[in-house]
Design a protein around this ligand. Sequence first.
Ligand code: ADP
Ligand code: MG
Length: 716
Amino acid sequence: MAGEPITLTELASKDVSILTRVGPKKLDGLRSMGISSLLDLLTHYPRRYLDRTREARIAELQAGEEALVLGRVTSVSSRRVKGGRVMVSAEVRDDSGRLRCTFFNQPWRERQLGATAVDVAVFGRVELFKGQRQMTNPVVDLVGDRTGRVVPIYPQSDAARLTTWEIAGWVAETLRRCGPRGIADPVPAAILERWDLEPRGAAMWGIHAPEHLGDVQRARHRLVFDELLRIQLALVRRKKEMERSSAGIAHAESADPGRAGLVERFVAGLPYPLTAAQERAVAEIGADMARPAPMHRLLQGDVGAGKTVVAVAMLLTAVQSGHQGALMAPTEVLAEQHAAGVRTLLEGFGLDDPASLLGERPLEVALLTGRTPAAERRRVLAGLADGSIPLVVGTHALLSEGVGFAALGAVVIDEQHRFGVEQRAALRAAGPGERVPDVLVMTATPIPRTAAMTVYGDLDVTVLDELPPGRTPIATSVAHHPEDEDAAWELVRAEVAAGRRAYVVCPLVEGSDKMEAASAAETLERLAEGPLAGLRLGLLHGRMKSDDKADVMERFRHGTVDVLVATTVIEVGVDVPEATVMVVLDADRFGIAQLHQLRGRVGRGGHAGHCVLVAHGVLNPDAGERLDALARTTDGFELAEVDLDLRGEGTVMGERQKGRNDLRLASLRRDREWVLRAREAAEELVGDGTGLERHPALVEELSLLDESDEEFLLKS
Ligand code: ADP
Ligand code: MG
């Protein structure tokens, strides 16, 4: 075995204590930084690099410029200044001159820089003070007596009391000791060649001990690819396994003439032609459903992109093949609305029935929620169980005990972020011998494609990237000043006077529903007595009884309420075509996706929509950028990219615990193209599901994936 190249799993099995100068104290320090194995050490990548060819000489520094200086600390002192603050002062010299570095409120600098003859890299803005060059609070890295033109700077931790050069030393030792055997590379050469990737061993050297900064970039690509490939392999493998292990339904047009051609008739009967994107989606879903493997697909489409039509086409594909379809919504209000919408779409539409006098029996769309009266509930349950009800819309009540289907063939889940993992799993879990229905998850929260591939990696993704024609984009403005807000209320009054309706979204209240409800009630009162006096206002929040909610929604829909003052319960799906204005209070507290979702509630009926984002006072820069982005564009995917840029991975990766994390180098943001490449490679390698049998070394590496991460990725 000794001659074989070293694998990552072997490195993971070797403890850092085998390295020289790693005694018990250093070992504790390393462990506290999450480094216990040689693999941990090798994947503790430099935070940045000092390029010594670019360093400045102290004597040549100009006041006002930013510069990087390498030198030796020659003296350190500290004293208290006004207000009790500690000021540490250090002198740094190179062979051309000296530079004073002053640190405020960093008392630990005295200890850090006080050791004898510390070599440091100092980066900061140069000032001149009484003829002396100095920097205030510069960035300082201890570099030790490293030679070489490019010096890696490692993330270090004060608590662990390990310096970057100690870490660099251990990394170098590890690489040297790997030397004779080399580091194994399990990725097939053809894949490496395709993207001009260097061997893994070279990449390890390149990232830790580069000769030129250019080496780092090349090494980084290879290592980023490796990280992403592992994740994609796990996801694609899981997806294929699921397809192979559960039996789905190969939906084919039924021979029953009553059911044949249902989808075609439905599409032909719509008052408008499908958009190209809808057509593509319907075709993709149809093709997928015709295959025997269960479909598991995500339909992403911006608000108003026309997902409902696609969903109904899917449900009818199941009915057409003699099965039943179900649509699940996250709330009762939404379920009712969907039921009404689907019924309208299917109005006058029936299953041919030669046995009936009229030659057709209506295609029933049943509704089942927690509020369905007992008698109706019994009737629906019986109809679902004997198959006489082909379509049902409901909340998660559809998943409750006692709901059985004669032949469930298709399930659409709307707005999946409101559904828990277990609920999705429950749908997938079929009894022995049962066939798993095809599942379509719809979301109006666009996430960038590459992120979707990582987060929903076990789902296929269909994107509706086109709005139906004639839609006027929602004009969005930001109200910073009280006058702007007054103008917003004027706009509300004008639209109401013209027979239209408005939403006012109340400030988000952290804490409890109860506080949020109270604040919504207060907002209503303030508006009713002030800027919206005389208009008919209605209140909607999460603490209300569902009957009351439905009641106020109904009145808003019918126009006996002009302005709906609501919390974010209206975020999802509420559809009142006459609503043309939305005013969001304290909009800076909301996220981009949420605001985009919210404003999608207006301007759905052909009249231009307006959205005013009210945000008073000084905003933090991120909030400012968020609101500006919303005012600038209505393209949900563009906004999703902005969101990813502003918030980073956290947005899409959810709340992952800090620390261990499979993405050490890769960033879903910066490395978008590598996500696509890794996905492509993973699909190629997994093939029909058995492909990985030929790559045991790659499979072995999958065991290195952080289990909690994997669970997160596969289940979210
Ligand atoms: P989403 O659920 O994606 O937000 P909906 O399915 O509610 O969007 O559709 C929004 C509106 O667009 C509906 O009023 C619907 O009737 C209309 N619509 C859908 N598809 C088309 C189309 N191809 N052409 C014109 N209007 C369409
Ligand atoms: Mg919708």
